[in-house]
Design a protein around this ligand. Structure first.
Ligand SMILES: NC(=O)c1ccc[n+]([C@@H]2O[C@H](COP(=O)([O-])OP(=O)(O)OC[C@H]3O[C@@H](n4cnc5c(N)ncnc54)[C@H](OP(=O)(O)O)[C@@H]3O)[C@@H](O)[C@H]2O)c1
Length: 331
């Protein structure tokens, strides 16, 4: 038996129950992992509340959590290329990382390269899901080029600080939106060239000013309802609205004609599980992520560490917009 945070109903952060669970022997094509550090992601809060999401909420009872780092403890039948004791990391469904131990499919598991041996488990757990997401958003959803001006919402959040750093590394000018001066400072430290505090400024006017009225080639839109419409106004003709999250709630329905009137815009709702569905895509993205971490060009920003048993408090703080950077749980 191991300890895990289990939910039996959807709802607020109080639904987590800290209790003992049985982890069966790993099945065929699975491994058993002893987690050493676990990442929290905003998607975990959507699923805890039962909000609509591209990855349907699984059946209850459920142990949430997509992201973790740990050590291989047991190996199921037909698993190749892993041995007991390997240091591994993961960031894809199924849920189950809010647990001391778990079983996980081999085809989605990543071996941590030796050149990252100096990187602490908590630093790695903080950037697996968010780092792979940033990789596909910046390199596949829209290919960011030197000189592009990109708009990043929630720029001091877990995703935001990674997009700012990686976007700069690719030669972009980054405009970041945040809700406070403290967050603006963090976003600038991560590379944002311009920051806009929602209560004090208007990001649409800043985008127009910085781009001489043209607009951005891409907007990384993670807030949803509160910012979606204005984000659309920040694009240049043929620009891409990458609506990759909805922290403030699902955006209103989109009028397709409006996409045309605003400049033949592209709209996508990308999700990591589709971009990483093929193992070769997962490996390519992970290589990029591990390389940038290895070069020291991407910092993890683990600004909040909680014991796993306090996951409810971590969720509360995240949804209350009290956190910056990444949140990690230690089992
Ligand atoms: N599609 C994908 O593959 C994928 C993968 C990973 C993450 N995501 C999305 O990326 C976004 C960021 O995820 P994260 O885990 O890094 O979280 P996060 O950015 O650390 O936290 C969410 C941030 O959203 C901002 N926000 C704006 N309005 C909000 C509201 N009404 N309620 C709560 N927060 C609000 C807050 O920043 P301010 O206070 O500065 O505004 C808050 O800190 C989420 O939307 C998530 O769903 C998508």
């Amino acid at each position: 038996m191991v300890k895990a945070a289990v939910i039996y109903e959807k709802g607020g952060p109080e639904v987590f129950k800290w209790e003992k669970i049985e982890v069966p022997d790993p099945g065929p094509f699975e491994l058993q992992i002893k987690n050493t550090a676990i990442g929290i992601n905003y998607v975990d809060t959507y699923h805890r509340r039962g909000m609509p999401h591209p990855w349907p909420v699984p059946e209850l009872p459920l142990v949430l959590g997509f992201e973790g780092v740990g050590i291989v403890k047991e190996i199921g039948e037909n698993v190749k290329n892993f041995t007991k004791g390997d240091r591994v990391a993961y960031a894809l469904p199924p849920h189950g990382s809010y647990s001391e131990e778990r079983n996980y499919p081999a085809e989605k598991l990543l071996k941590v390269p030796d050149f990252l041996s100096n990187l602490k488990d908590q630093d790695l757990a903080a950037v697996m899901l968010k780092g792979l997401t940033a990789q596909y958003l910046l390199r596949r959803t829209y290919v960011v080029k030197q000189g592009d001006v990109i708009l990043v919402h929630a720029a001091a959040g877990g995703m935001g600080l990674i997009l700012c750093q990686w976007g700069k590394e690719l030669g972009a000018t980054v405009i970041g939106t945040v809700s406070s001066e403290k967050k603006a400072e963090q976003a600038r430290k991560a590379g944002a060239d311009y920051t806009v505090i929602h209560s004090k400024g208007d990001f649409e006017s800043v985008v127009k000013k910085v781009t001489d009225g043209e607009g951005c080639p891409v907007v990384y839109e993670s807030i949803g309802r509160d910012t979606f419409k204005k984000s659309m106004n920040c694009l240049r003709p043929m620009g891409m609205l990458a609506s990759y999250g909805h922290a403030s709630g699902a955006p209103d329905p989109v009028d397709v004609i409006e996409l045309g009137m605003k400049g033949s815009l592209f709209l996508t709702r990308p999700a990591i599980m589709h971009y990483m569905a093929k193992r070769h895509h997962l490996l390519e993205s992970a290589k990029d992520l591990f390389d940038i971490l290895g070069k020291g060009k991407l910092k993890s920003n683990v600004n909040h560490i909680y014991p796993l048993s306090d996951v409810g408090e971590a969720h509360r703080a995240m949804e209350a917009r009290e956190t910056t950077g990444s949140i990690v749980l230690i089992p």
